[in-house]
Design a binder for this molecule. Structure first.
Ligand SMILES: [Zn+2]
Length: 80
């Protein structure tokens, strides 16, 4: 499931939600409770699915499978 970033127009606070793609976007802000939350487009793990949006020029090399691991927490406190 992708994680979507939201920002509230009312109080300006941001939050994140894990949702299915088919799910409706969250409108209610968890901070102030107003229906002013807006979904932000993030370039993180947002995957465009379905063809038709790219013009010709596709089909040069094989499918570019990037690893799905986004682990940025590296705890290495090894003193020598
Ligand atoms: Zn709010």
């Amino acid at each position: 499931m992708p994680t979507y970033s939201y920002k509230c127009d009312a109080c300006g606070r941001g939050f994140e939600r894990e949702q299915r793609i088919s799910e409706d976007p969250v409108k209610k802000c968890p901070s102030c409770g107003k229906p002013k939350a807006r979904r932000m487009i993030t370039g993180g793990n947002f995957i465009l699915k379905g063809g038709g949006w790219y013009s010709d020029g596709y089909g040069s090399s094989g499918s570019s499978d990037s690893s799905d691991t986004s682990d940025t927490s590296s705890s290495s406190s090894d003193d020598d």
